[in-house]
Structures are given as structure tokens and as C-alpha cells.
Design a protein around this ligand. Structure first.
Ligand code: SF4
Length: 421
């Protein structure tokens, strides 16, 4: 039996779930690259907004204390002393030289399911369908999100995470799900974040939940030889810096032309700022430059005034780097600093009180980093009209304006059929 020296346990709920438009469209059953329009777009937006307001997504992950691969009959493993029978999982763990397993549970929460049921009983089958599928997309996204967090954890320790497997997947009987759930609920320092039960049949309740087992190996070189053990081909996590293989469902690989019909941003977006202002700012304050790998460097100049000291003018430069359109514009870098030569910011009252502290705070704030640009639409923040940078809510408000302006500008490019900024 292999005991592990390292250990990981994570649990939590998420305020905002960045389900990619492409993944949602795919789960709705449309062909690759399809752009929703008309009633379908309206329903998709409705489901997304309903979930952003009412859904309570959660995740839990724990490294097993021990894992043993059975060598006798060749199709069982033991995790923390509990036997599971899956030839496929057992073989993958053995081939990769896995020394450990991480148990992951995720869920979209019961709210969406309950509301979808209500829609059905009220004879609103379209709403039922779009909300049901959106909750499924949330579960898929959460599994990817949890896998990405584990990949990051593993990479920093010279290890790699394998593709996950779950009861109900090929060669793993779904009837083993209750046993796996029971094992997962034996948490260490974290509480299991949601109420999940299982039926004898193996089905989970709420049904928009998923359990998964990820193997962990220190033999990274084996993965290069056995590409089926690399999870990246089926992982849609756009901002990943460790990717070992291109995402197979991606609409294009770098360098391939983008079909004009593919748009990844939500063209019917509800912005918190009026569109006229976004249009003016996108023309006057925004500059974008495409790089050969498809990423985009963006700058936005903000001009404001201090709230005290007789309203001295000040100017800050926002710099954002987005990944490619094919990856749905993940936010890779964010930075905010005074424009070179600006002295107005030194008249802000917080700067006068503690210049280093204020500038360090401004530099450290990178809201939505790692998420896709579309996630600005579901980002809940308080309106704050202060022109200065003294308080965090006013700085968050400005980041929201900057990201909405970028979103607006790129939507216009997509609508006009341009693929390069
Ligand atoms: S792309 Fe690969 S390395 Fe990155 S999070 Fe996904 S599975 Fe992990």
C-alpha cells in the first residue's frame, strides 16, 4: 500500500462560474462553431443569468491517504482501504506509475434543478431544457476547474495529474458511486460543502453533481509516451500554463484561420455601463495589439480627479493581456499603474497617508485573472463613482469599466467578422 507524503484538501463555493459559450452550445447539441441567435440566444442568456443570481456551485477535493493497485486479478484498486473495480482506471494508474489518488466532488447545487422542474410543471419546456443543460455545463466546468487547480498543485511538486474517471464511465459500474461518495465525505480539516446523497442505483441527488478520481504520478516522462494519460486534450481550461496537448474540442489550433461564424463573446451582453460610454471609451481610451500566438495586448487610459485637494487631475494606465479568441479570451495578465509622468495621483489622500501601501494594493489587484473575458458579465460589484483610487470598491469599479470596454470592443470586432483586433 502506498502512503503519501504530500497532501492536499480543498473545498469551497464559487461566486461566479465562467461557463464557456462554446461548451454550453456544444452541450445544447449544436454543431461545433455554432453561434446562438434569436430565441435560442435569449434562452441561453436567461439560463446563464438565472444561474448567476441563484446558483450555488461548490467543489471539494481531497488526496487519499493511501492507494493500492491490485496485481492479482487486474481490475481493482483500493483507495483508503475501500475496493473499487474499474479495469480502465486501474490500468491507467499502473501505466502512469501513479502513487496516489485525489477524490473530487463538484456540484451545481440544487437550485437550478428545482427551478427547471418548476419550469417543466408550468409548461415551459424550453426554459426547462436550457437551465438543465446550463447546470450540466456548470458541473463540467467545475470538474475542469478542480482539475486545473490540482494540475497547478502537482506541477509545483514535480508531479502530474491524470485524466479523471468516475463511476458510470466506461468500465466502472455506476453502482459503486455510493461507496465513493461515502469515502469522499470522510473529510479531514474541511467540511463537505454541500448535501449530496446517492440512491442505491448509484445516481446522485442533486443529480447535477459529479464524483471523480484523479491519479497522481511523479513519472511525468511516462505521460509523454502514453498520450492517452495526458488529460489536456479533453481539458478546456484556456489560461493553463502547463498544457501538454492541444484541446481537441477547441475551434482551431494556433495559426489556423478562424471561421467567420465563430464568435465566443456574448453579443447580447447586459453591461453595467451604458453602451454609448463603452463605445466612446473603446474609441478614445483603448489600444489593442495582436501578437503572433493569437494573444492580445491591451491598454486603457483612465483619466480622473482626486476627491480632495481641489480635484487634481490624475491618469492611470490599465494593461491587460488576453489569450486567443480560440481559447475564448482568457485574462492572462492585469496591471494598473499611474501613467508615466503623472503627478496627480500623489495628491490622493490615501497616497499622502501611505504611498507604498496604496500603490502595493493597486498593483496586487487583478480581478478575474485566469477567467475568460465573458465572466465580466456575471461579475457582481457595487457601483462606485469616485474618481480617485483610494478605496478598494472604487478601484474594483474601474476594473469593471475597463474589462467591459474591452468586452464591448471585441464584440464589435466579432460582429463585423473581424478576427484580429
Ligand atoms: S490543460 Fe492540462 S495541465 Fe492544464 S489544467 Fe488542463 S489538464 Fe491540467
Amino acid at each position: 500500500m502506498r502512503q503519501v507524503a504530500e497532501s492536499v484538501e480543498m473545498a469551497g463555493t464559487l461566486d461566479c462560474v465562467d461557463v464557456s459559450a462554446q461548451e454550453y452550445t456544444r452541450l445544447l447539441g449544436y454543431p461545433r462553431g455554432w453561434v446562438l441567435e434569436g430565441r435560442a440566444l435569449e434562452l441561453a442568456n436567461w439560463a446563464r443569468e438565472w444561474y448567476a443570481k441563484n446558483g450555488r456551485p461548490w467543489f471539494y477535493a481531497r488526496q487519499a491517504e493511501s492507494m493500492e493497485i491490485d496485481n492479482k486479478d487486474g481490475d481493482t484498486i483500493q483507495i483508503d482501504g475501500v475496493v473499487f473495480k474499474s479495469k480502465r482506471l486501474r490500468n491507467a494508474l499502473e501505466q502512469a506509475g501513479a502513487h496516489s489518488a485525489i477524490l473530487v466532488a463538484v456540484g451545481a447545487g440544487p437550485e437550478a434543478e428545482e427551478h427547471a422542474r418548476r419550469c417543466w410543471s408550468e409548461d415551459r419546456p424550453d426554459e426547462y431544457f436550457f437551465l438543465e443543460v446550463f447546470a450540466s455545463a456548470v458541473v463540467e466546468h467545475l470538474t475542469t476547474f478542480a482539475g486545473a487547480r490540482l494540475c497547478d498543485w502537482a506541477e509545483h511538486r514535480g508531479m502530474a495529474v491524470l485524466p479523471h474517471s468516475s463511476p458510470g464511465y466506461p468500465e466502472w459500474d455506476v453502482a459503486e458511486q455510493p461507496r465513493l461518495l461515502e469515502l469522499m465525505k470522510q473529510t479531514r480539516s474541511e467540511n463537505f460543502p454541500s448535501c449530496v446523497d446517492s440512491f442505491d442505483s448509484g445516481m446522485l441527488r442533486p443529480k447535477k453533481s459529479q464524483l471523480a478520481v484523479f491519479g497522481v504520478t511523479r513519472h511525468i516522462e511516462r505521460l509523454q509516451r502514453l498520450t492517452s494519460l495526458i488529460p489536456c486534450e479533453s481539458c478546456s481550461f484556456g489560461p493553463c500554463q502547463y498544457r501538454r496537448a492541444p484541446y481537441k474540442r477547441a475551434p482551431r489550433t494556433t495559426g489556423e484561420p478562424v471561421p467567420a461564424r465563430i464568435a465566443v463573446l456574448d453579443a447580447g451582453a447586459q453591461y453595467s455601463t451604458n453602451r454609448k460610454a463603452l463605445q466612446r471609451w473603446s474609441e478614445e481610451r483603448l489600444a489593442m495589439r495582436s501578437l503572433p500566438d493569437g494573444s492580445i495586448d491591451i491598454t486603457f487610459r483612465y483619466d480622473g480627479t482626486t476627491c480632495t485637494n481641489m480635484g487634481r487631475p490624475l491618469a492611470f494606465l490599465y494593461q491587460v493581456k488576453l489569450g486567443s479568441q480560440g481559447d475564448e479570451y482568457p485574462i492572462l495578465e492585469q496591471r494598473c499603474e499611474p501613467v508615466a509622468g503623472d503627478t496627480g495621483h500623489m495628491a490622493m489622500c490615501k497616497y499622502i497617508a501611505d504611498a507604498d501601501g496604496l500603490m502595493a494594493e493597486i498593483e496586487s489587484e487583478k480581478p478575474l485573472i485566469g477567467q475568460r473575458l465573458n465572466s465580466v458579465l456575471g461579475w457582481r460589484r457595487e457601483p462606485n463613482g469616485a474618481g480617485c483610487f483610494c478605496e478598494a470598491p472604487s478601484r474594483i469599479h474601474k476594473w469593471g469599466l475597463v474589462l467591459e470596454t474591452i468586452h464591448y470592443a471585441l464584440v464589435q470586432k466579432e460582429l463585423s467578422g473581424e478576427t484580429e483586433p
